[in-house]
Design a protein around this ligand. Sequence first.
Ligand SMILES: Nc1ncnc2c1ncn2[C@@H]1O[C@H](COP(=O)(O)OP(=O)(O)OP(=O)(O)O)[C@@H](O)[C@H]1O
Ligand SMILES: [Mg+2]
Length: 145
Amino acid sequence: MRARAAIEIADPRKTYAIADCEIPALDGVSFRIEPGEFVSVLGPSGCGKTTVLRIVAGLTVKTSGSVEVDGVPVTGPQRKIGLVFQVPALMKWRTALENVLLPAEILGLDRAASRVRAQELLEAATRDPGRGGNGARRAHGRGKR
Ligand SMILES: Nc1ncnc2c1ncn2[C@@H]1O[C@H](COP(=O)(O)OP(=O)(O)OP(=O)(O)O)[C@@H](O)[C@H]1O
Ligand SMILES: [Mg+2]
């Protein structure tokens, strides 16, 4: 018997309903990622890369098929999965630091420790941590970092 995969995808399908049309966004994709593997998903625009990543993260509900993370079927958002959104999801009324702190706030983590860690991450990501300036004033590339 093979060891448990980190991620195993068996033909998850996703169909979007627009007006009276059914648009297949994902069809016939199956793969297995072993623990510790570093994998890139490549393909032309619109082939379903974001859709498959969102299904693995539990942010998009698949129409059929099976997706497992660490041997457990994905049925909703996964705390252990981090996702960098294709379009930065920054809250414009919060500073850069407050945006980085948002997940820690939602998870109820220690405020002081989270603040120190968030500042370290901002400093690692940019020479100008921009702790002032709000989310609306981030350049797109900086917003993603
Ligand atoms: N919310 C949605 N409603 C309707 N159709 C959608 C939606 N999201 C994605 N699609 C469609 O599903 C297909 C796959 O989209 P997806 O965003 O996964 O592609 P992608 O490979 O990530 O593209 P890109 O390289 O441009 O980011 C496309 O035809 C897209 O138009
Ligand atoms: Mg995409």
